[in-house]
Design a protein around this ligand. Structure first.
Ligand code: GCO
Ligand code: MG
Length: 402
C-alpha cells in the first residue's frame, strides 16, 4: 500500500478548513484535518510545498516511521504549523490503515472502552437570564455536561457568547476585530452566574467554564476558590500556559479542577503540568498535537498522573478531526469528556460522516477508518475566505490576552 497521490484541499463552508487527502496505489483514500484557525494557508503551504513531495511512494502502513521522518527530519521541531501538518498526515495514514483492515479505527486503537463519548455543549447568552435559558435548552437536548459562558455586565462583548446559538465562530473578519475586557467585572459576575445555574438546575449534570487565558495566577486562584461551592467539572485555561510553574499557585489555593491544552502542540507543552499533577484534564487535540499517534502518547503519559482527556472540539476543528478524535476517546482508559460544538449544515454537507449524537454522547460509528469523508464537488463551491481571531483590550486600551 504505497502513497500514490496527496492533495491539499481548502474549503470554506461557513468557515475555512484545510484537509489532506492521501490516495494509495491500490485506490484507497485517507483524510486528515490540517486546519489552524486564522493561519490556514500557512499549513496548506507547509503541506503542499514541503511534505507532499516526501510522501509520494512511501509505504502507507509505516505510520510511526513517517511521523518521525516529518518531525525529526524537519530539524525545526514543534510549533503549531509543523505539528498541524504532521497531524494531517498521521490521521490520514490511520484512516488508510483502518480502511485496509476493513475496521472502524477504534478497533485498531485497542477497541471500545465505553458505550460512547460523553460530550459537553456550549450554553451561552448575552446576560444571565438568556444564559440560564440556554442551559435549559442543552439539558433538553440530552447533554450531560454543559459549558456556561455569559456576557458580562458593563462589557459590550466577551469570549464565548455567540450570535448563532449552536455554532460559535470567533474568526469573524479578515483583520482582527477588537473586544474589551475587565477582570474586575468578570470576577464579580462569575460566582453570581454559577450560583444562579445551581439554584435553577441543582447539582445533577456537569457544568464547565472557559476563562480563555485571561487571568493572572492569583486572580485565577481567587476565581477557582470562589467557584468551589458550585462544583465545576472544570475551569478551563484560567491563565496563559507559557509559564507553567504559575499553575502551582492555583493548586495551592483551590480544588476546582483545571483543564488546559487546546493550544498545545506536543507532549513537551504538557510535560510539567501533567508530571507535577498541576492539571486535571488535558485539551490537546488530534489536529494540533501531531495526530492520533502523538495525542495518544500525551494521553498515555497523562494516564500515569490521573489526568484525563478533555479534547478541544470547537467548530474550527473539522469533522475529520472530530471523527478521528471520537475513535481515540472511545478506546483510551483515561477518558474525561469531549467538547462538541456543532458544525453548520454546509460543513456537514461537505464532510459526510458516520458519527452521531445520542443521549449526551457522540458515537463514532462502524464505518471502516475514522468514518469521515469529503465531498469535493460540494467543497469546491466554498472558496477560501480570509478570517482572523479577534484581539482583546483592557478598558484603558492595553492589549490583553484573547
Ligand atoms: C474552546 C476554545 C475555542 C477557541 C477556538 C480558537 O474552548 O472551544 O477556547 O473557542 O477559542 O477554537 O480557534
Ligand atoms: Mg477553550
Amino acid at each position: 500500500m504505497k502513497i500514490a497521490k496527496a492533495d491539499v484541499i481548502v474549503t470554506c463552508p461557513g468557515r475555512n478548513f484545510v484537509t489532506l487527502k492521501l490516495t494509495t496505489d491500490d485506490g484507497l483514500t485517507g483524510l486528515g484535518d490540517a486546519t489552524l484557525n486564522g493561519r490556514e494557508l500557512a499549513v496548506a503551504s507547509y503541506l503542499g510545498d514541503h511534505v507532499v513531495p516526501c510522501l509520494i511512494g512511501r509505504d502507507a502502513h509505516r505510520i510511526d516511521d513517517t511521523w518521525h521522518t516529518l518531525y525529526r527530519g524537519a530539524y525545526w521541531r514543534r510549533g503549531p504549523v509543523t505539528m498541524t501538518a504532521i497531524a494531517a498526515v498521521d490521521t490520514a495514514l490511520w484512516d488508510l490503515k483502518a480502511k485496509a483492515a476493513g475496521l472502524p479505527l477504534y478497533q485498531l486503537l485497542g477497541g471500545r472502552s465505553r458505550d460512547g463519548v460523553t460530550v459537553y455543549g456550549h450554553a451561552n447568552g448575552a446576560d444571565m437570564a438568556e444564559t440560564l435559558d440556554e442551559v435549559q435548552r442543552f439539558r433538553d437536548m440530552g447533554y450531560k455536561a454543559i459549558r456556561v459562558q455569559s456576557g458580562i455586565p458593563g462589557l459590550a462583548s466577551t469570549y464565548g457568547v455567540s450570535k448563532d446559538k449552536l455554532f460559535y465562530e470567533p474568526a469573524d473578519a479578515a483583520v482582527p476585530t477588537e473586544n474589551l475586557w475587565s477582570t474586575e467585572a468578570y470576577l464579580d459576575f462569575m460566582p453570581k452566574l454559577l450560583d444562579a445555574v445551581r439554584v435553577r438546575f441543582g447539582y445533577d449534570g456537569h457544568i464547565l467554564h472557559d476563562v480563555h487565558h485571561r487571568l493572572t495566577p492569583i486572580e485565577a486562584a481567587r476565581l477557582g476558590k470562589s467557584l468551589e461551592p458550585y462544583r465545576l467539572f472544570w475551569l478551563e485555561d484560567p491563565v496563559p500556559a507559557e509559564n507553567q510553574e504559575a499553575f502551582r499557585i492555583l493548586r495551592q489555593h483551590t480544588v476546582t479542577p483545571i483543564a488546559i491544552g487546546e493550544v498545545f502542540n506536543t507532549i513537551w507543552d504538557a510535560k510539567t503540568l501533567i508530571g507535577e499533577h498541576l492539571i486535571d484534564y488535558i485539551r490537546a487535540t488530534v489536529v494540533h498535537a501531531g495526530g492520533i499517534s502523538h495525542l495518544r502518547r500525551i494521553l498515555d503519559f497523562a494516564a500515569l498522573h490521573h489526568v484525563r482527556s478533555g479534547c478541544h472540539g470547537a467548530t474550527d476543528l473539522s469533522p475529520v478531526c472530530l471523527g478521528a478524535s471520537l475513535h481515540l476517546n472511545l478506546a483510551i482508559p483515561n477518558f474525561g469528556v469531549h467538547e462538541y460544538m456543532r458544525h453548520t449544515a454546509e460543513t456537514d454537507a461537505v464532510f459526510p460522516h458516520a458519527y452521531s449524537f445520542r443521549d449526551g454522547m457522540l458515537h463514532p460509528g462502524e464505518a471502516p477508518g475514522h468514518g469521515v469523508t469529503l465531498d469535493e464537488t460540494a467543497a469546491a463551491r466554498f472558496p477560501y475566505k480570509p478570517a482572523s481571531l479577534p484581539i482583546n483590550r483592557l478598558t484603558d486600551g492595553t492589549l490583553w490576552h484573547w
